[in-house]
Design a binder for this molecule. Structure first.
Ligand code: KG4
Ligand code: ZN
Length: 351
């Protein structure tokens, strides 16, 4: 089944075609992402109205481009998947409107995909590990993006139990806000991480919030305040900025790793799946891989380009749901706030 995936939940327009007739990464026939970063940079964050308008401008050309790269016409498609939530309502409506119109005009089945399920399943789209194979439920997922930080027990595909989440800022948001307060442009997460590479470890020490008490929730706003105070009282030189970036990243990586290990213990699992924009962080990847290996398990990530928002994860998650017979109602309906625990389980081959 060849499924067109459309992602427009925030500030990235993503389009892809996934073919379930091929295995793993081979099934990804083409994917393209257009990032609106430059559009929002001068405002220091995403402006919802500008995001919607830019999706309107970019989505159809991107669909044409992606189909062209896959060597396909619209008649070669068997289904359409689009992000139905959570996200910015206007931005979601652009993708849903285009997806539903295409599905109606081409008489194709269509399904609205939960954005975080898209992230969560992205590692399963990659080639199988030669030793361990592809990750299969049950596993624990760490979802770390600009809007979410969640630990989820995945009992089956589509069956998700929230184990813990952030009580305030998401991990990516904390990266972005910390970068901003030290003068880095939006979105600062990747730039802060790049700066941390040059930083001297140990010059600054920041707390590992909520790790010294039981539970799997996170809180990052206090860490951000600590960075603000350290930066305010420093010489604000380039070297200091890099040292603070390093200490912040160390605190972040440590905190996430401690909670992931605790979640694996509580769930009685060996496999950790990591997804979302912060999953592209090099030191987080290395740390979680080492932690999982030490326990005799493993940590699985999508390639960095598929950690951040993209259409491939929506095409893949949508294809699994369409293949199991799921269809969304014909209306252009989106769900800006949407609890993953309410999703139906995916039953392969049920269609
Ligand atoms: O998943 P994503 O593309 O969008 C959301 O659904 O939120 O995640 C974007 C977030 C941003 O906060 C960005 O700063 C962060 O992921 N991010 C990173 C890195 N790459 C992206 N944070 C730390 N290190 C990175 N290498
Ligand atoms: Zn995302």
């Amino acid at each position: 089944m060849r499924v067109l995936g459309i992602e427009t939940s925030c500030d990235e327009t993503g389009v892809a075609v996934y073919d379930t007739g091929r295995a793993g990464a081979d099934g990804l026939l083409a994917h393209a992402v257009y990032s609106q970063i430059a559009l929002h940079a001068e405002y220091g964050g995403v402006v919802p109205e500008l995001a919607s308008r830019d999706h309107v401008r970019k989505l159809l050309p991107l669909i044409r481009q992606t189909l062209g790269e896959a060597g396909l016409g619209v008649d070669d498609l068997d289904g359409v998947a689009y992000t139905a939530g959570p996200g910015l309502v206007g931005a979601l409506l652009v993708g849903a409107g285009v997806a539903r119109s295409l599905a109606w005009a081409l008489d194709l089945p269509a399904v609205g995909v939960h954005h975080m399920e898209g992230h969560l399943l992205a590692p399963l789209m990659e080639d199988a590990d030669p030793v361990h194979g592809r990750p299969e439920p049950p596993f624990v997922a760490l979802l770390v993006s600009g809007g979410h930080t969640q630990l989820v027990a995945v009992d089956a595909i589509g069956s998700y139990r929230l184990l813990g989440e952030t009580l305030d800022d998401a991990a990516g948001e904390a990266f972005d806000k910390t970068a901003k307060l030290m003068g880095l442009p939006y979105p600062g997460g990747p730039q802060l991480a790049a700066l941390a590479e040059a930083g001297t470890p140990g010059r600054f020490g920041f707390p590992r919030p909520m790790t010294n008490r039981p539970g799997l929730d996170f809180s990052f706003s206090g860490l951000k305040t600590q960075v603000m105070l350290a930066w305010r009282d420093s010489d604000q030189s380039d070297a200091t900025r890099a040292d603070i970036a390093r200490a912040f990243e160390d605190a972040m990586v440590d905190t996430l790793a401690i909670k992931c290990e605790r979640a694996l213990d509580e769930a009685g699992c060996d496999t950790l799946v990591v997804a979302g924009g912060v999953g592209a962080n090099r030191r987080l990847r290395a740390r979680l891989q080492a932690m999982a290996a030490r326990r005799g398990g493993r940590a699985c990530f999508p390639r960095p380009a598929l950690c951040t928002d993209n259409g491939a994860m929506i095409a893949f998650a949508g294809a699994l749901r369409l293949e199991s017979g799921e269809r969304s109602p014909d209306a252009v309906h989106v769900t800006p706030r949407w609890d993953m625990a309410t999703l139906p389980e995916v039953r392969p081959g049920a269609a």
